[in-house]
Design a protein around this ligand. Structure first.
Ligand code: PMP
Length: 365
């Protein structure tokens, strides 16, 4: 706990920490948004005031990522999980293949949906290695006539992250960036589709950001439900139906915060330094702690590690909790420990955790 701000050391995997400055703006504007006499939550999504918020968030995201003109930015609902379904539903034909790179549970869930619509192919999988690594770009096999190649850029549960993205030529590269969107500069033009649930680096849960190349929209299947067509949302500026207005407002404020931090280059540098504080403790612990991910595949967003002794691991988690560290338990499917160090987790929280880990080792070995 930071005693001056009364804010927890929040390492939750998502929903997760939001920038304090953003929460303060939201608090200030909660009862009376820009002299309208009402909260933004109480306002029509067709009002000029909300439209400005909505379009402002789209424009900011475009600017921050230098998103080319030939891409649409959509704000959808249903989480990243609905994108697992919408992507094959819109872009995969029954007799066509799409290649999926399996790097963890979320890619497994994505491919499961693709199988409902067409033929899915495993372009590569690191399951045999307990998802400790990301395959090398050369190890990925896809077909020139695939509808797309799908990857998960950061594996929230296993703590691995792509460092170099595969070149897929004319085959659209589709990336689930739920847990590392906005954490570093990315060349959007290399991708056909980028999607992400907001609840890690973008804002509160409820909004799903989709960045999609316009030519793909022209080829999309048409015999599918209206709400599940990307074209419905693209044609209506994501205002076909009532959007999650408060979430979009918060997303816009988080984007302003990213700009104020100095943009994605600076955010990336901060993230590297923050993660290094914790990885260094793991690496210098002589095996007291060990990481799940192979070094070259380590995530800067989700640091997954174990305490070598199982009993001590339980003690570590209990004492960390008592000391005010929140969210350090690994995902329920894998156990162990996980520190999620998303953009809004302050360096000070990472330093406090690193210090706690060093002290715990000193006291317990
Ligand atoms: N993909 C990744 C990489 C995730 O981390 C998550 C959620 N933690 C999801 C997909 C699922 O997202 P949602 O809960 O928004 O459907």
């Amino acid at each position: 706990m930071n005693t001056t701000t009364n804010r927890a050391y929040n390492f939750n995997a998502g929903p997760s920490a939001l920038p304090l400055e953003v929460l303060e703006v939201a608090q200030k504007e909660l009862l009376d948004f820009q002299n309208t006499g009402m909260s933004l939550m109480e306002m029509s999504h067709r009002s000029a005031t909300f439209e400005e918020v909505h379009n402002g968030a789209i424009e900011r995201l475009r600017k921050i990522y230098s998103i080319p003109e030939n891409y649409e930015v959509l704000f959808l609902q249903g989480g990243a999980s609905l994108q697992f379904t919408m992507i094959p539903m819109n872009f995969l034909q029954q007799d066509q293949t799409a290649s999926y790179v399996l790097t963890g549970s979320w890619s497994e869930k994505a491919v499961k949906e693709a199988k409902l619509f067409g033929k899915s192919v495993e372009a590569a999988s690191t399951k045999e290695n307990k998802y400790k690594n990301i395959p090398t770009v050369e190890d990925i096999n896809f077909n020139a006539d695939d509808a797309y190649v799908h990857i998960t850029s950061n594996n929230t549960i296993y703590g691995t992250q792509w460092k170099v993205f595969p070149e897929t030529g004319n085959v659209p590269l589709v990336a689930d960036m739920s847990s590392d969107i906005l954490s570093k500069p990315v060349d959007v033009s290399k991708f056909g589709i980028i999607y992400a649930g907001a609840q890690k680096n973008l804002g509160p849960s409820g909004v799903t950001v989709v960045i999609i190349r316009k030519d793909l929209l022209e080829k999309a299947n048409t015999n599918i439900p209206t709400m599940l067509k990307y074209t419905t949302h693209a044609d209506n500026n994501s205002l076909y139906n009532t959007p999650p207005t408060f979430g979009i407002y918060m997303l816009g404020e988080v984007l302003k915060w990213v700009e104020n931090q100095g943009g994605l280059e600076k955010i990336a540098q901060n993230n590297e330094e923050k993660a290094a504080l914790i990885y260094d403790v793991i690496d210098n612990s002589n095996g007291f702690y060990y990481g799940h991910a192979e070094e070259g595949s380590r995530s800067l967003m989700n640091i997954t590690f174990r305490v070598a002794d199982e009993e001590l691991e339980k003690k570590f988690l209990a004492e960390a909790k008592a000391a005010g560290f929140v969210g350090l338990n690994g995902h329920r499917s894998v156990g162990g420990c996980r520190a999620s160090t998303y953009n809004a987790v302050p360096r000070e929280a990472c330093q406090a955790l690193a210090d706690f880990m060093v002290k715990f080792q000193q006291d317990n070995q």
